[in-house]
Design a protein. Structure first.
Length: 158
């Protein structure tokens, strides 16, 4: 079976990780976490936002946390930000929604790493391929992304 694009990209960077393939399609964060022997807090979502025409930013956020729109707008210094459409996600990242990874994207975009991701030692993240995840240490996510912005994007749910 072909290796997912995110795995190839991580390998080129010398970043340790493993590829996890789901036996059945997963319909929720909880299902994905459970199949990977993880808690939902360890599942990282890669969400693409349009900042202005032709300019996108990707937020990596763990678990059920939702992106706080106000914080996001402040960070990108724009009064209007929206989630990228399915077509934009494919065009910008080369990945379909549900498979998006910050690794091995078609185009480089600004990536913001929510602090929630670093609270877990091991996380899983999109691989670029449906029903397939990359499992790796959160410190290695940070290392692989290089000079990444670490931000507090989550809505305060406590």
């Amino acid at each position: 079976m072909d290796r997912p694009p995110a795995s190839i990209a991580l390998e080129q960077l010398g970043i340790p990780h493993r590829v996890f393939r789901h036996e059945q399609p997963v319909a929720s964060l909880e299902e994905a976490a459970s199949a990977r022997n993880q808690r939902p807090e360890q599942v990282v979502r890669s969400i693409l936002f349009q900042v202005r025409a032709g300019e996108f930013v990707m937020a990596l956020i763990a678990g059920r946390d939702q992106v706080d729109w106000k914080k996001l707008r402040q960070l990108v210094k724009r009064s209007r930000v929206r989630m990228a459409t399915e077509e934009e996600v494919l065009e910008v990242t080369g990945y379909q929604i549900g498979t998006v990874s910050p690794f091995g994207m078609k185009n480089q975009v600004r990536v913001m790493l929510d602090a929630s991701v670093l609270r877990e030692e091991e996380i899983s993240i999109g691989s670029g391929v449906r029903n397939t995840a990359i499992i790796m240490r959160s410190g290695d996510v940070r290392k692989a992304l290089g000079d990444v912005e670490i931000v507090e994007l989550g809505e305060n749910t406590d």
